[in-house]
Design a protein around this ligand. Sequence first.
Ligand SMILES: [Zn+2]
Length: 137
Amino acid sequence: MKREIRRACGHREVVTIYGPYKGREDALRREEEKVCTECFARAKAEDAARELVELEALFNLPSLEGSDKQIEWARRVRATRAKQALSFIKSRGVAVSVFVARDDVPLARALRVQSAKRWIESREIPDLVDWAAFMLS
Ligand SMILES: [Zn+2]
């Protein structure tokens, strides 16, 4: 069943309700308590942007070099890597502030690479040690 409803954000949206006829009114009410697809996507993008800035601040990451488009992409790649690095650092019981200041740790140095192109090229290397070696090669 398709029905146009008013979402919690005030936008109207057509929703499709499946299942037995009996539960459909409840299902519609639950849908009305949610924000629309567009508002949900915007909130998600805002969360990701906020998290990206927080990670850059936490690791004291430098600005990147490249075209605007490369930099935008590379910052997202770098944020994903910084999150991976953060789990690793926490698992070792090291404070991030101590970690970022270490010049003898390849992972810390690799996170400071400023070439957007290099970041993009490195995006699919799963292992942190392999990744750091690639970034510093
Ligand atoms: Zn909306």
